[in-house]
Design a protein around this ligand. Structure first.
Ligand SMILES: CC(C)(COP(=O)(O)OP(=O)(O)OC[C@H]1O[C@@H](n2cnc3c(N)ncnc32)[C@H](O)[C@@H]1OP(=O)(O)O)[C@@H](O)C(=O)NCCC(=O)NCCS
Length: 170
């Protein structure tokens, strides 16, 4: 059985193992993703961020993290997501989808207006993420109009939320 729950401080080591195992393959290691997770932990302590783990067979098997960032260098409730990941042995069982769905539900509860991320539109599109550029949001490191920079509008997303996004750790 798999459960999704908020992360706890004593999950940290297991989370880093899952991030590493999920993102590394024959062609790359997971240095970048591990750095994003560690920097988010430093820049945005709990409870200001949303961090969820999936627990399967008694151990952490999946992870997702989101934290408010900046728009045009000003603090905003628009939150950047560290890409969802699931340990290879547990993929294709719905765990990644469950983590994203719970992230969206929790972000709505907090009245965050938007989630943004860099990721594959083929995966995130099914959860209502759309290209962020047409919404007036850009992320300079990705390059203008990059379809991988995506946003999920939440019910709290009224008013203008446009500008250059940066993550809390940048
Ligand atoms: C992406 C990932 C989180 C999906 O986790 P999961 O638990 O296997 O996801 P689910 O079982 O909920 O599958 C959801 C769907 O996503 C699809 N999918 C999985 N990985 C995908 C990817 N990289 N791009 C597009 N679609 C993907 C699955 O095929 C499945 O589609 P289907 O139901 O039509 O067959 C997992 O494969 C992973 O950790 N990958 C490595 C890390 C990564 O690339 N994360 C960022 C994703 S852009």
């Amino acid at each position: 059985m798999t459960t999704i729950r908020p992360s706890r401080p004593d999950d940290a080591a297991a989370i880093l193992v899952v991030v590493s195992d999920a993102f590394a393959d024959d062609t790359r290691d997971a240095t970048e993703e591990l750095a994003i997770v560690r920097r988010t932990w430093s820049a945005c302590p709990l409870p200001d961020r949303i961090e969820l783990v999936a627990v399967a067979d008694g151990a952490v098997a999946g992870h997702v993290l989101a934290a408010p960032g900046r728009l045009d260098a000003r603090a905003t409730a628009v939150a950047g997501v560290a890409p969802v990941c699931v340990a290879p042995a547990y993929q294709h069982r719905g765990i990644g989808s469950a983590l994203v769905a719970e992230l969206i539900r929790t972000a709505e509860e907090r009245n965050w207006p938007l989630l943004v991320l860099l990721g594959d539109p083929a995966f995130y599109g099914r959860f209502g993420f759309e290209s962020a550029g047409p919404l007036g949001l850009d992320y300079a490191p990705a390059g203008a109009g990059n379809p991988h920079f995506q946003a999920r509008r939440l019910p709290g997303s009224s008013g203008a939320r446009r500008g250059a996004f940066s993550y809390c750790w940048e």
